[in-house]
Design a protein around this ligand. Sequence first.
Ligand code: GLU
Length: 305
Amino acid sequence: MMTGKDRVPDVPPGGRPFVTRFAPSPSGYLHLGHAYAARFAWEAAHRSGGRFLLRIEDIDASRARPEFEQGICNDMVWLGLTWDGPLRRQSERLEAYAAALDYLDGQGVLYPCFCTRRQIRQEVAGAGQAPHGLDGEMVYPGICRHLSADERQHRIARGEAYAIRLDVEAALGRTGPLYWHDLKRGRTKAEPHLLGDVVLARKDTPTSYHLACTVDDAAMGVTLVTRGEDLFHSSHIHRLLQALLGLPVPLYYHHNLVADSRGQRMAKRNRAVSLKYLRDSRHTPDEIWRLLGLSEAGAATAICA
Ligand code: GLU
C-alpha cells in the first residue's frame, strides 16, 4: 500500500482554523483511498481546531443509491471520522445551482451545445488532436460556441437535447488572470482552458460536478479544499467559477492517491479494498490506518503532523 507523505500545517496561514470537507459520491462503497482522503481532511480540520464537514455528491441520480450513502456514514463512524454539523446532500440544493447558473447566464459566459459525444469525437479526430485531454475527458473543440442566437432558440424550441457549456475564453476575458494558493504547490495559476468549455448543466441534469462543488464549498464555508491529485485540474475551473460568481477562494491541497501493491489506483468496483468488505472480514480501523501507513486516528504523529 502506498500513500506517501502529505502534510498540511497545523497552524493555518492567517491563523483561522481550517474548515474542510469530505465529498464522496454514493455510487459505490468507499475504499481505502477514500479512507485516506477522509482522514486527511478530518485531521487537517482537527489539528487546527477547525471543523470537518461531510457532503454527499448525489446529483447523478442514475448512479446514486441510498444504500451507498448509508454505507458512507457507516464507514465514517466505524473509522472514527465523525463530521461536524448536519450531513449535506447535493440533491437537496438544486435551487442554489439553478440560481448560480442563471447568474452566469446573465454574464454571457454560457452557451447551449447540441453536439453528441460521437460528433465531438469525430471533430477532435478530424482536427488531428489527441482524443482525450486531461482527466480522460475530451476537450470540447467549440463547435456550438458561435451558433447564432436564432439557431440556438430554434433548436431548443424543436426539443433537441443540449448541454450548457462555460465559454472559458469569454469568462477569462471578464475575470482576467486568476490564481489560487495550493498548500502543496504554492501559488498556482488557474488554466481553465486546459479543460476547455466544460459542461455546467444538461437539459435533464440541472447542474454538474464543477458547478455544484464550487457553489457548495462556498456555501458550507470551506476554507481548505482537500482532495486527490486526480482532481487537481478541476480546480482550474472551480477557481474561474468562484471569480465569476463572486465567491471566496479557499486554500487547496491535492493529496497523493493510494495505490495497491501493484501500483494501481483503487477503484470502487474492486470489492477487496472496500471498507465494508474489510470491516465485514473483521479488520479493525487501526489495521486500516496501518495499511495506509498512518498511525491511529487522533494520535499526534499522523499525516498532518
Ligand atoms: N465527489 C468527488 C469524488 O467522489 C469528490 C469531489 C471533491 O472532493 O471535490 O470523487
